[in-house]
Design a binder for this molecule. Structure first.
Ligand code: PEP
Ligand code: MG
Length: 548
């Protein structure tokens, strides 16, 4: 909905405010541009190497050594004379960008055939360097200019979680997209890393030239191009207030994880990158309750290889050394189906139907997971048989295998699941979407809908089943960090919460002030109400849900 020419309303799905130059990440690459000067290709490789060196230096300064080493390798690859020469030769063709892509792909495949496993992991770096080089050439060709060197706001028609993670260390301060909703994975990642994100903005925003100054106010759900000075100043004040609030919340780090009535709770974090692990550790989380492994592969054209899994997992598990880490197997379902899978036949059944793909992931997890307190979690489980298949494929040494309970079928089979699982974790995002028949990308899908009595009834049934079988049960969906659903989950008997890294302090603050007996009473009443909104109203009446 456009209000005035340079101001758009959307939905803020991850809070915060930022002002920086824009950069459209998914501007279409022009086809059939005709031959280009090979020197431009050489220059693009040099510029990409310089960019990556800067990113690596920054990561090293922040103490993120594993990530820095990986990015440095990318910089070295961008300077490889063999690949640069092959790409320069491709510049003479009528489709130079396609030719460069093919040259890079051939190089990546050669690397994938090397006998050394660690070297094979470098193929992913080669492809990433190729993408950046092509993007650089295509952009200067269209006269849109490149990305700003410092802070920038990412603009896209549709954003994937990988778009955010890939640019996180490069100055990304906010993002704006035309499509998507609060339950999409881009939104989940944005909340996790504390990145302001506004979705549902009018498509006119896509036509802005790169490097337009954008104000993103995700609290108000507003995006302004070339904002007036007064508005920039107000945004700065709001960011300062937000920083103060965060400092205040962080002051409770180190205090006992017990509720107001003395009931212990566990606070874990959800991650998909090494940066989040660092944020989670600093925030005082007790471990990782959900490591999403599919996000780097949602655009992949094939099942990830052992080397690709290792490449993605290595920095995360290195950062998590000595910690409890719950690695979830590939969850290619709903809004995360890669192009090589048929959406109607994706998800866990597809992974289990490809034992070599399962073995590749389990091999990487078991090997790189030696330095952590490892658990493996299976997504979208619908039967105990699926858990047994994963356990058999894992083999020895035994690693705890858990089930995500995020389908109605899983809740219905809870006793059999408990018999086959070492632990359970409730995925309220998918469970709520299924019960309410909403697509995960539907703008109406929101974490607070978990307050729907039908969903709450299922959560209670899972907690009861886990109690009967003596299994631990956590919630790792976004309802665990939401002010109106957290008291209801506590009331249903949940005592372990795995939340987005940026919500750890806030969730601790809330849990320490909630009383489990009162929460139980409020849950009982919420179960009799007609819908989620009425239940949320009840929670707001009974508890102080605003924080500071
Ligand atoms: C969930 O469904 O609640 C969950 C945590 O998994 P994801 O959001 O990754 O689908
Ligand atoms: Mg899920």
């Amino acid at each position: 909905m456009t209000t005035v020419a340079n101001r758009w309303a959307g939905t803020g799905v991850a809070p915060g405010t930022a002002v920086a130059e824009s950069w459209r990440v998914d501007r279409p690459v022009p086809a059939g541009s005709g031959p280009i000067d090979p020197d431009r290709v050489g220059e693009a490789f040099r510029a990409v190497a310089a960019d990556l060196t800067r990113v690596a230096d920054r990561a090293r300064e922040e103490g993120r050594h594993a990530a820095a080493d990986i990015v440095t390798t990318g910089a070295l690859i961008a300077g490889d004379p063999g690949m640069v020469d092959a790409a320069r030769r491709a510049a003479a063709s009528n489709e130079p960008l396609r030719g460069i892509q093919d040259a890079v792909e051939e190089y990546a495949r050669l690397i994938e055939e090397l006998p050394d496993e660690t070297l094979r992991e470098r193929a992913a770096d080669v492809r990433q360097v190729g993408r950046r080089v092509i993007e650089r050439i295509a952009r200067s060709g269209t006269g849109t200019g490149g990305r700003a060197g410092g802070a920038f706001v990412l603009v896209a028609d549709d954003l994937g979680p990988a778009d955010l993670l890939e640019h996180l260390a490069e100055g990304l301060v906010a993002a704006v997209a035309v499509r998507g909703g609060a339950s999409s994975h881009a939104a989940i990642v944005a909340r996790s890393i504390g990145l302001p994100l506004v979705l549902g903005v009018h498509a006119d925003v896509l036509d802005l030239p790169d490097r337009t100054v954008l104000l993103v106010d995700a609290d108000a759900g507003v995006v302004v191009a070339d904002p007036p000075e007064a508005e920039v100043a107000r945004a700065g004040q709001s960011a300062t207030r937000d920083r103060r609030r965060r400092v205040e919340l962080a002051s409770e780090r180190g205090l006992a994880h017990v509720t107001a009535d003395g009931q212990p709770f566990a606070l874990l974090c959800n991650v998909a990158s090494d940066i989040e692990v660092r944020v989670g550790r600093d925030g005082g989380a007790e471990g990782i309750g959900l490591l999403r492994t599919e996000l780097p592969f949602v655009h992949s054209g094939h099942w990830p290889t052992l080397a690709e899994h290792r490449h993605a997992l290595r920095p995360i598990l290195a950062e998590a050394a000595g910690w409890l880490v719950t690695v979830r197997l590939l969850d290619f379902a709903n809004d995360k189906v890669p192009p090589f899978l048929d959406p109607a036949a994706a998800g866990l059944p597809a992974l289990l139907a490809h034992p070599e793909a399962l073995a590749a992931q389990l091999g990487a997890i078991a090997d790189l997971g030696r330095g952590v307190d490892l658990r493996v979690m299976v997504p979208m489980v619908t039967s105990a048989e699926q858990l047994r298949t994963v356990r058999a494929a894992l083999g020895e040494p035994a690693v705890p295998v858990g089930a995500m309970v995020e389908t109605v079928a899983a809740v219905e089979a809870i006793d059999e699941l408990c018999a086959a699982a070492d632990f359970l974790s409730i995925g309220t995002n998918d469970l709520t979407a299924e019960v309410l028949d909403l697509d995960r990308t539907d703008p109406r899908a929101r974490p607070e809908l978990t307050a729907h009595p039908q969903v709450l009834g299922l959560v209670r049934a899972v907690v009861a089943g886990a109690g009967r079988a003596g299994r631990s049960v956590s919630v790792c969906g976004d309802a665990g960090a939401h002010p109106t659903t957290l008291p209801l989950l506590l009331g249903a008997g949940v005592r372990q919460f795995s939340v987005a890294c940026a919500r750890i302090d806030e969730t601790r603050y809330r849990l320490r002030r909630l009383d489990t007996v009162t929460c139980g009473e409020v849950l009982a009443e919420a179960l009799t109400l007609p819908d989620a909104d009425t239940a949320a109203d009840l929670v707001r009446r009974r508890f102080e849900v605003a924080v500071l």
